[in-house]
Design a protein around this ligand. Structure first.
Ligand code: ATP
Length: 348
């Protein structure tokens, strides 16, 4: 059966140099059965502390954690049916790959034959079958990571937890391993909580992304929603490049931008006359025609796309264009427009 996880009003305070730090500030979240949920946010926002409370490695100051609707807040870590993959893998250096993976089952006193079968199956699943007798220092970073994952999965956890599992891998391997993790998670259907500060990684693997800021949940939703319907300038800015253009609402779904009335989406109910920030993704800017005129200040060739910094009136906009068509050089004057629905009025 797939498990659900629920956090209710979780608070965690640390005493640090006679000061109380509220690392997690009233976090409530629902993790649907089988979902891959990422906690995303800048350094210090509290995401690791939330993960450690789910694992039982930190005790909440207040609040409750429910696994399949049963409170587990007081259950010790080894009885929680959660398993964690750590950033530095936390493998035992003096044990073989086999014994590293077998460790938790030995603590559980699983009979030897059953243990051997379970470990061999997980090593095979992770492509580590031929490496069972090696020690961790005889493995590459990617292989050590797979051992850590096999060690977590062999416990048949109800909840799988990842704390920045890719940060010690190089850029290319990171993309491959994150795909491997995602496919494995889909196949097993295990409810997964994954901590990262890399927004692209979060969007690539997640069913739901939770954006955290200063100990609180700023926004939670599917990646597309977070990207296209950010609830605040913080979210819009954190989740990839965005233009945030000051404007004033001139109607329920209209704002005055650079002296011109433009249609905007107004999901947060900004009042007529209210000052807002219009969020605009760079790929939603159309160059070549349209009611606005701008001057290309910078053209940055990035291979698959070209990024333009364009001065329009008193504002600077970033636009991206794919492919090698319609290249503009620095100093060029161009007209521009925005895709329908691309401007979102943000009130904070
Ligand atoms: P990072 O990406 O840097 O790991 P994070 O979002 O995971 O950041 P946390 O590690 O959860 O953030 O930390 C949240 C806040 O709590 C930070 O201000 C941190 O300094 C503080 N904190 C975390 N653990 C402790 C501790 N054991 N004692 C005191 N303060 C702590």
């Amino acid at each position: 059966m797939r498990s659900t996880l629920r956090l209710a009003n979780l608070v965690k305070e640390f005493e640090s140099q006679k000061r109380t730090v509220r690392a997690v500030d009233d976090v409530s979240l629902d993790f649907p059965a089988g979902a891959f949920v990422t906690l995303l946010g800048p350094s210090g926002c509290g995401k690791t502390t939330v993960l450690r409370m789910i694992a039982g490695l930190e005790t909440p100051t207040s609040g409750e954690i429910y696994l399949d609707d049963r409170p587990i807040t007081a259950v010790p870590p080894n009885k929680r049916e959660t398993a964690m993959v750590f950033q530095n893998y936390a493998l035992f250096p003096h044990l073989t790959v086999f014994e590293n993976v077998a460790y938790g089952l030995r603590l559980r006193k699983v009979p030897e034959a059953e243990l051997r079968r379970a470990v061999a199956e997980k090593l095979e699943m992770m492509g580590l079958g031929s490496m069972a007798d090696r020690q961790p220092n005889q493995l590459s970073g990617g292989q050590q990571q797979r051992v850590a994952l096999a060690r977590a999965l062999v416990m048949s956890p109800k909840i799988l937890l990842f704390d920045e599992p890719l940060s010690n891998l190089d850029a290319k391997l990171r993309i491959q391993v994150r795909e491997d993790i995602r496919q494995l998670q889909r196949r097993l259907g295990v409810t997964t909580v994954y901590v990262t500060h890399d927004q692209e990684e979060a969007m690539a693997v997640s069913d739901y992304v939770v954006i955290m800021n200063a100990g609180r949940v700023e926004q939670a939703g599917p990646p597309e929603e977070i990207y296209y319907e950010p609830c605040s300038s913080f979210v819009a800015d954190f989740i990839g490049g965005v233009n945030l253009i000051p404007a004033r609402m001139s109607g329920p779904a209209e704002a005055v931008l650079l002296d011109r009335a433009v249609p905007v989406r107004n999901p947060f109910g900004a009042a007529v006359g209210q000052e807002v920030k219009l969020a605009l993704r760079p790929e939603e800017v159309r160059l070549g025609e349209g009611p606005f005129a701008g001057t290309v200040e910078r053209a940055i060739f990035l291979g698959r796309l070209t990024e333009y910094v364009i001065r329009v009136g008193g504002e600077r906009l970033v636009a991206v264009v794919h492919g090698r068509h319609s290249r503009l050089s620095e100093g060029a004057v161009t007209n521009l427009d925005f895709n329908p629905g691309a401007l979102v009025a943000l009130t904070r």
